[in-house]
Write a protein that binds this ligand. Structure first.
Ligand code: ADP
Ligand code: MG
Length: 456
């Protein structure tokens, strides 16, 4: 295979996995050789090699094969280091964890950061499919050492754990490398500092302060969109730190390219590093978080009793965001300890009636069908009609999947609304889309977009 045919494969890969994924993961690969069925690439870090092999290995193999190459295996080699085999799956970053620090230290007193919440550690962060990549990337950054991607850009909806992960990085770094000057603050605080410096005519002090940090984390950066001089200053700070090879970690509620009124040059700098998103939680992750919270609570109150099925019920019914989920549980604990009773399903339904009502999805199956058919440019009637061609069947399956996820309708009910189909058809659709979601980025992106549009 030539460089040129690798280029061709790349074009197809980009279409398959989306531009963001492509530039983050595939672009850094350098094609070296292909012989005896082994395609060899060099990668900047073993982390990248592991991720690519784990998440995009099959896709790359498939595209190479489609391009006419006899290839069975991929090998990623870090420049002048041992090769990472395609089967060496787990990224090293996701394995060990440091004990939570006992007290809150805010670093040097003159640093401009905000305090770090002692509850937000890696230990208390539950990892599931929706946040796996963000977690691994955060871990990697928290190891300190050479800066491999700059900035790390975390994005996702409200309450999905962005702030938690940033604080966890801060804790871990303080623990591992106390000599580093780690600063965490919100974009709003950054602006406040900046305005203050302007008012006090101390821009030099401001610049010196921010340029002297080793790791800078700015939370909710979408806040500075449209605020021109703050953006400008942020851009300069950002560049100065990147030039010194200092780690920067940024969070926002959406991808860099989607932040309105953010200067192009900032967008493109933000995209230069590693951009990862936290997907909306799924049932398993929510249940995991609830279980962890209960465990933590039990350490203090060992006689807490929760009836079977209560946590499952909550994980199922409260899917807005983790913050609401935590709030519900806290209220439940408080209530149970007040009345001195076991937490039963009835108690939960009573005591959380308002939260449950609020997170009762108002989305209807009809709306879902309409949005999905608009999105795929197909006729609404085909949603409920008999056609089985893939261009129609696939969106229909996605609509069924979304109906299952976003409404409280049962499988048979959903089947009925899709032209009287059987509940096993719906079940199959849900399973199929779930599988596709994790391997086909286009589908994952479409689902995400549709879900946001529907929940807005
Ligand atoms: P964001 O900054 O994305 O809006 P936060 O980081 O503030 O969200 O998270 C909201 C709440 O949910 C916090 O209390 C946080 O600890 C909790 N949380 C979010 N994701 C997780 C997770 N994966 N495991 C444990 N707690 C989580
Ligand atoms: Mg936050």
């Amino acid at each position: 295979m030539t460089e040129e045919s690798w280029g061709r494969v790349c074009e197809n890969l980009e279409k398959a996995i989306g531009q963001n994924n492509f530039s983050t993961w595939i672009k850094p690969l350098r094609f070296r050789s292909l012989n005896d069925g082994v395609a060899r690439f060099t990668v900047p870090t073993s982390f990248v090699g592991n991720w690519v092999s784990r998440n995009f290995g099959d896709e790359i193999l498939a595209h190479l094969t489609r391009d006419g190459h006899a290839v069975e295996r991929l090998e990623f080699k870090v420049e002048s280091a041992a090769p990472v085999r395609a089967s060496a799956a787990r990224p090293a970053a996701a394995t060990q964890s440091a004990p939570a620090p006992a007290s809150v230290s805010t670093g040097s007193a003159d640093l401009p950061g905000a305090p770090i919440d002692a509850r937000f550690t890696f230990d208390s962060f539950v990892v599931g499919q929706p946040n796996e990549l963000a977690h691994a990337a955060a871990r990697r950054v928290a190891e300190g050492g050479t800066v491999t991607f700059n900035p790390l850009f975390l994005y996702g909806g409200v309450g999905l754990g962005k702030t938690h992960l940033m604080h966890a990085i801060a804790w871990e770094l303080r623990h591992r490398a106390p000599e580093l000057r780690v600063v965490y603050l919100s974009a709003e605080q950054f602006m406040y500092r900046f305005v203050q410096a302007l008012r006090e005519r101390d821009m030099i002090g401001f610049k010196e302060l921010f340029r002297s940090v080793d790791v800078l984390m700015v939370d909710d950066v979408q806040f500075i969109a449209g605020k021109d001089s703050t953006q400008d200053e942020f851009f300069h700070t950002f560049n100065a730190l990147v030039d010194q090879n200092k780690q920067i970690i940024i969070s926002a509620d959406r991808a860099p390219g989607e932040i309105k009124d953010l200067e192009e040059r900032i967008k493109s700098r933000l995209q230069c590093g590693l951009v990862v998103d936290l997907h909306p939680t799924d049932y398993e992750l929510r249940l995991g978080i609830l279980q962890l919270k209960v465990e933590q609570y039990r350490q203090q109150y060992p006689d807490l009793v929760i009836a079977n099925g209560v946590l499952e019920f909550l994980a199922h019914r409260i899917s807005t965001n983790v913050r609401v989920l935590e709030g519900a549980l806290t209220r439940l604990f408080a209530f149970a300890s007040l009345v001195g009773r076991e937490i039963t399903l009835d108690l939960a339904q009573d005591c959380l009636a308002d939260i449950l009502r609020a997170s009762d999805r108002k989305v209807t199956i009809e709306e879902i069908q309409r949005k999905v058919s608009e999105h795929y440019n197909m006729r609404l009637s085909d949603m409920v009609g008999p056609k089985r061609h893939r261009t129609i069947a696939r969106p229909r399956q996605m609509a069924m999947y979304l109906s299952k996820q976003l409404t409280s309708r049962s499988l048979p009910e959903i089947g009925r609304r899709f032209g009287g189909r059987d509940h096993t058809t719906v079940m199959h659709a849900v399973k199929r889309i779930e599988e596709l979601r994790s391997v086909d980025n286009q589908i994952a992106e479409d689902l995400e977009m549709l879900r946001r549009a529907l929940e807005a």
